[in-house]
Write a protein that binds this ligand. Sequence first.
Ligand code: SAH
Length: 466
Amino acid sequence: MKFFPIFADLQHKKVLVVGAGKVATRKIEMLQKAGADIHVVAAKACATVQGWAQQQQLTLHLKNFSADDVTQCWLVVAATDDSAVNQQVQAAAVAQCIWCNSVDDPQHSEFIMPAVVDRGDIQVAISSGGNAPVLARRLRAQIDNLLPQAIADVAQLMGRWRDKVKQSLPTFDSRRNFWERLLDSEITQQLAGGQQQQAEQLAQQLLDDCSANRETLKLGHVSLVGAGPGDAELLTLKAQLRLQQADVIFYDALVDKSILERARRDADFIYVGKTKGFHSVPQEEIQARLVASALAGNRVVRLKGGDPFVFGRGGEELQALDEAGISFDVVPGITAAAAAAAYTGVALTHRDYAQSTVFVTGHGQEGGDLDWASLAKSQQTLAIYMGLHQSADIQRQLIQHGRAPNTPVAIIENASRPQQRSVGGELKDLAQLIQRHEVKSPAIILVGEVCEQLGDYHWFGAKPLY
Ligand code: SAH
C-alpha cells in the first residue's frame, strides 16, 4: 500500500494552493467543501479564483512562490502548469514535514486526492494510487449510482440518535442490534420520500422495543417497479436500487433475464406471468401474495414490463397494498410506446404532424368499448398496446370513423431489444402487414402521420420492413 487512506479534518486549518488556473480551481473546490482556510499563491489568477478572493472565500497572494509560503500550513497543493515550480513547492513542504500534493504527479506527492462519492457524512473515497485516475472516476460513478441519496439523511439521523440510544441500551450488543434493525427497516425509503416524522417515529418504536427486549413486528414494504421495455440499461437508477435491496421479486413475462441479473443474487424470484398455453396467475392472487410477502417482513419488488401504471394493473395492486396497510412506493419505467418511438426514430409528437399521443389498448377485454370517433381524428398519434390480435378490427373501425386509409402506421416488435423488428405501411394494410411479416408479441402499433418518419432516422436493429 503506497498511500495510506485517512480522512482529515481541515476545518479552519491553513492550506496552501500554489497556482490559480483551472486545475487549481478543482482542488480549491474540494478544499472549500472541507472548510479549510485556503491561501492561494500565484503570479496571476483565473476569474473564478479572483471571484472567490473577492467574496473572501480564500486569501489570494498575487506573487511568485517562495519557500516560506508553506510555513504553518497543514497541507500544500502544487497546482501550477510548471513542473519545476511544483517540485520547488514540494521540496519546501517536505523540508518542513508538510504533506504536499503535486497535481497529476504522484511521484512528487506525499498525499493524493481520491475520487469521492459524497453523501454528507458518508464519504466513499477511491484511489488508484495515482496510476489510473480515469478508472477511479469510473468506479466512482458506478458506486455513486448504487448509493441512495438518502444515505446522507440516514447517517444524520443515526448521528442524532446516538446519545439517546446509548442511554437507553447499556450494552454494545444491544446497541448494535438496534442499529442493524433500524437499517433493515424502511427508514431509507421514508427519508428518501421526505417522511422525516415517520422515520423518527419508527426509530422511537424500535428503540422502545429493543429496550423492552421485544421483537418488533416487522412490516415489509412493496415497491412497484417499472422494468422498462427490455434493454437492461433502460432501467432507472432507482429501479436498480430497489432490485438490489429486494428480498422477494415478483416478475412478469415481459421482464428480460438481463434485468433480473441485476437484482440481489439471493433474492427469491417468483414468476407470475403468462406462459404459453397456460393462464397467468390471477390478478387477485398476485395481490394477495404481495400482501402476504410484505406482512412476513420482506422487502418486495413487484417488477413489471415498461411502466407499472401503463396497462400494468399497478393501480389495482396499489389499492390492495393500501387496504392492507402495507407501505409502498412506485418507480416509473420507460413505457413500450416511448421506447418503440425512440428506437425507430419516430418522434411521437413531432410538431409538424401531431399535437397529441394517445396510449390505447387494443385488447378488447382491457379497453372495453373504445371511443373510435375520437381515436380516428387526424393530427394525433395512437400508440396501441396489445393490438396484434385485434388489428383487423382496429384498422376497420379507424377507417370507418374517418381516419384516412393511407395514414402511415408502424409496428414495432421487441422494441429496444437486440431482436427488434419494425414494419411500416398504411392503415388500410395494417392487419395484412402484421400477418405477412409474422409480427409477434410484444409489439406496439403506432398510427399517425408521424410514422412517415419510420426509416428516415434509422439507428437501431434491423432496417424497417414494408
Ligand atoms: N406496462 C407496459 C405495458 C404492458 S401491456 C408498458 O408500459 O410498456 C403489454 C404490451 O406492451 C404488449 O402486448 C406490447 O403491446 C407492449 N410492449 C411491452 N414491451 C414491448 C416491447 N419491448 N416492444 C414492443 N411492445 C412492447
